[in-house]
Design a protein around this ligand. Sequence first.
Ligand code: AKG
Length: 278
Amino acid sequence: MPHGPARGGPTEDEDWLPTNLAEPRSSGGTLLKDLWTGTVPYAFFPGFLDASECSEVVEALERAPMTTFKSGDAYVSSLGVYLPDAVDDPNAYFARAAELEPAIASVLKLEGGDVRDRIRLMFESRLNRRVVAATNPDGREYGQGSLRIHGPGAGSSVHRDVAAVDAAGWNVASLDAQFSAVLMLQPPQAGGELVVYRQRWQPSDDAEFKNKGAKGWDPRVVQGAQSASYSAAAGDLYVFNPTQYHEVPATSGDSGRVSMQFFMAFDLDGNGPVVTLS
Ligand SMILES: O=C(O)CCC(=O)C(=O)O
């Protein structure tokens, strides 16, 4: 079952241990495979940004053109496109991605450079692969990061993200593996941790467990599955395999959960680049 860890640290079942990307041995070259096959539940880089860098981004976000929507009784605001919500209209997706990119770049530009470039560079050194922005065949760039504020009471129900299925027909869907990367910029007072289940989605799950007319799957789909949770502190970066069921329990407290998310897609075998998109 998920644990309720102290903020700022991983909690995991004994035999399902995450990889710490800040440790030198994490660059051993098996990270892609370990995460993809589920040998490790997630990888994390504690303190990838320092506290003042996080505050700078959170303050800049307050002046940015965010879109707010209601999720149950709570509010979620976002800046940036999110492919799973836009798969039906590629032209609108790419136009919106280009329109929002200057605002995102301005929020994420710090003295040490664009936060996204710093993340790509870090992953390049750990993965021994190039990590570059995804483009479609006509050269248009996919969205490069979705900044989100989960207001009090907001979270994400049990779900999975499978580009090969959800984004069928898009060029990134032909890559055989994908991860989600999340940078925590401001944790909530409570809740809002990542919970990953050691169970991949199967198409046959949907008939019984897919919520009708609402996002997500009935939590009974992961009943009894092993899980690991990560209660990220400000500045922590983590990456996991989103084809495994995962959820973010509702936040509580007045301050929102502020994070930046993007996907990483790649072919497991071979030396092609890992591409980033949101
Ligand atoms: O914000 C998180 O920790 C997880 C985000 C998520 O559910 C996803 O990337 O699919």
